[in-house]
Design a protein around this ligand. Sequence first.
Ligand code: ATP
Length: 367
Amino acid sequence: MPGVALKTLTKRYGDLAAVEGLSLDVAPGELVSLLGPSGCGKTTTLRLVAGFLQPEAGEIWVGERCLSSPASVVPPERRRMAMIFQSYALWPHMTVAQNVAYGLRFKSGITRVDRDRRVAEMLRVVQLAGYEPRYPGELSGGQQQRVAVARALVVEPEILLLDEPLSNLDANLREEMRFEIRRLHEAFGITTLYVTHDQAEAMVISDRVAVLNRGRVEQVGTAEDLFRRPRTRFVAEFIGRTNLIDAVTAEPGIAACGSLRLRVASRDAAIAAPIVVSIRPHEIELLAAGRTAPAGANVLAGTVQRTSYLGDAVDYQVQVSGTQVVLRVTSAPPVRVAAGDSVTLIVAPEACVPLAGGDGGPTRAAG
Ligand code: ATP
């Protein structure tokens, strides 16, 4: 099973670079999601890989095969890939069995018996055995999605490409299908690129997630890497909620924002360099009365501005004393303090993550 390497791909529409110098390596058998806001270039990247679009610059490799370079381009039908679209793209006049068998028509050396066996096997895998004679119009959205998956897998592609395949399903079914797609990936191990703008979907389904911003890969990593060790402001804000504090490096490993001094996770930044520190709301603890802070932790005095009971969590907004910084703190119920109370916050240095991209906007609490 080969991997995929995208090397400094660029695709322009007029003056707009939809994809710009994008590089990404997908290991053999890995499922990598392309995640990012609308218009960041996810679908364009997938279409470049499929061969439906030609890049102005860059190369696409699958294993040892170069599929696209300034010198030569392999057409889509010879790329040994299958793509699943948001719209499913099933043939409405064909039955389920005919839809799934469709891709096999172009494969040479497959007998009718072989074909029927593979179609039946694939429908069993996607739990649609018995649905062979139905037409797409007689299926639910989730069942149509399963037919699209079966049709893509039956041709045994080297690479599977999925473009927002679950976005037409209702919320419950979408959640169920995430696990189904992950299950199928584990069963078949096909190298897969998966486009989504839904971060929970990306985190559940993927081995690694590539966060795209303005046509480039901003960061690629496991869900936990991206959540706990974001490298840029964009990633910290896009993946989950966070508090962002604009600060400067006062000394190695210490960030200062007015009178607030924080021990942070990295000692790399140059002295006096502006940085942004990201702290996830659930990493901040309200110190209970009578307890002492663990050695080495940041200890911040503050005043509660607001508490919100959310059922499975309580959300506090706490103004840090002597500063304009307001931190969002999330902890488990019950509600422990009320608006106006003085509190002590503790946060481990490892939870204070310095980010690149410290240019964008005021210090603010998680939204
Ligand atoms: P979404 O999540 O909304 O589908 P996306 O991340 O998949 O977004 P793309 O569809 O790759 O984004 O589009 C990237 C940029 O390229 C957008 O600004 C889009 O408007 C532009 N674009 C895409 N296709 C074309 C086209 N055929 N002609 C001109 N501009 C295009």
